[in-house]
Design a protein around this ligand. Structure first.
Ligand SMILES: *Cc1c(COP(=O)(O)O)cnc(C)c1O
Length: 377
């Protein structure tokens, strides 16, 4: 079978040790054997989250943890701030609407990062704000939000800080405790190199108080149940056993490699891919604000962006992501996180050059691969 190259911002390729773990025979979850694995995964999750808080493992895609963050804290009529600069910021808005929040919506033009002074101003004026929702890497635009600065602003207010780090945890620096993040949510299929199906959420003491006082009806995603079960190294419902076993292997490897090494590799990849795009005469979509998880690139004039992505995937087995919503056909996105390595990037650039050339885009053939190889050494 032809190898498929996956350079999408989720799912990302599975490393061999994850695939091996996934192929193991299943075990029962209410056993000392599974508890051992759960305990180790939990300890290493705390390392990746850079937190002393509990991190709960939910069996759902990342959005389940987003819903848990909202359903356990936001009651009808509560004042919340949502920072919305793309598709995933919109998901916070939609969730907050569903749970009846009174939303102060901070709309950020797609491709830009929020100005933290705006958030400070809102929180200074309104002491009833209960939570601020942000997206670390806004995957639809590739923009990175300045979480550290926002955390500093929010920490001395009554509000909790809730951050979607689904496409950044394990890929770029994010420090839950140092940056005063009360609830950090993530998922298994991006920086953590696993199949989709697990979600993670950390809960600070400040958030814990709000969760306990919250009167919302909730069941599967009731974080009080998660907490109670966790005290006995357990989960309230049948967990994604096989994926958790693989998670434990992945986290062990990540800890062995260290976050610093992982983050600097992704940074090197991000910088190399950006320079390669420029060498190809292409324009970056969010040059000053983009995250090291993913590089968004403008589709050149006269080229059909949807077709470009489709041909790369269906004819050559190289999957990159197209633009979402209003950016459909206008940008494409190349991920460089998780188990994506030099070889994947080189093949991706080679095929991108081939398809662009076939579609009539004029550039110096080979300059992309040459630039990338020079930068990756
Ligand atoms: C992928 C992604 C999500 C959605 O996660 P699912 O696992 O598909 O539920 C949410 N937020 C961001 C920033 C993402 O990149």
């Amino acid at each position: 079978m032809r190898r498929n190259y996956l350079l999408t911002p989720g799912p990302t390729p599975l490393p061999p040790y994850a695939r091996k773990a996934l192929a193991r025979e299943i075990i029962h979850h209410r056993t000392p054997q599974f508890q051992e694995i759960l305990k180790e995964a939990h300890e290493n999750l705390k390392y990746v989250f850079q937190t002393k808080n509990d991190v709960y493992i939910l069996t759902s895609s990342g959005t389940g943890a987003m819903e848990a963050a909202v359903s356990n804290t936001v009651c009808p009529g509560d004042r919340v701030v949502v920072i919305e600069g793309g598709k995933f910021g919109e998901r916070w808005t939609e969730l907050c609407k569903v749970f009846g929040a009174n939303i102060e919506l901070v709309k950020v033009e797609w491709g830009n990062a929020v100005d933290p002074a705006i958030i400070k101003d809102i929180l200074d004026k309104d002491k009833t704000i209960k939570a601020v929702f942000a997206t670390h890497c806004e995957t639809s635009t590739g923009v990175a939000t300045n979480i550290r600065t926002l955390g500093n602003i929010i920490k001395d207010t009554p509000a909790i800080f809730v951050v979607d780090a689904i496409s950044s945890l394990g890929a770029v620096e994010i420090k839950t405790d140092d940056w005063s993040i009360d609830m950090l949510v993530s998922g298994s299929q991006k920086g953590l190199m696993l199949p989709p199906g697990l979600a993670f959420i950390s809960v600070s003491a400040k958030a814990g108080n709000i969760i306990d006082a919250c009167k919302n009806p909730r069941y599967y995603f009731d974080l009080r149940l998660a907490k109670k079960a966790w005290a006995k190294t357990d989960t309230p419902f049948t967990p994604g056993i096989s994926t958790i076993i693989a998670l434990s292997e992945v986290l062990k490897q990540m800890r062995k490699e260290t976050l610093d090494v992982i983050f600097s590799r992704n940074k090197k990849f991000a910088e190399a891919v950006k320079k390669t795009m420029v060498a190809l005469g292409l324009e970056l979509y969010a040059p000053s604000a983009s995250s090291d998880s993913i590089t968004p690139v403008k589709v050149p004039t006269g080229i059909d962006g949807v077709k470009l992505v489709k041909v790369m995937r269906d004819k050559y087995g190289v999957a990159i992501a197209e633009g979402q919503a209003q950016l459909k056909g206008k940008i494409f996105r190349i991920a460089h996180m998780g188990y994506i390595r030099e070889k994947d990037l080189t093949v991706c650039i080679k095929i991108l050059e081939k398809v662009l050339s076939d579609m009539g885009y004029k550039f110096k053939r080979g300059i992309g691969v040459k630039t990338l190889k020079k930068l990756l050494g």
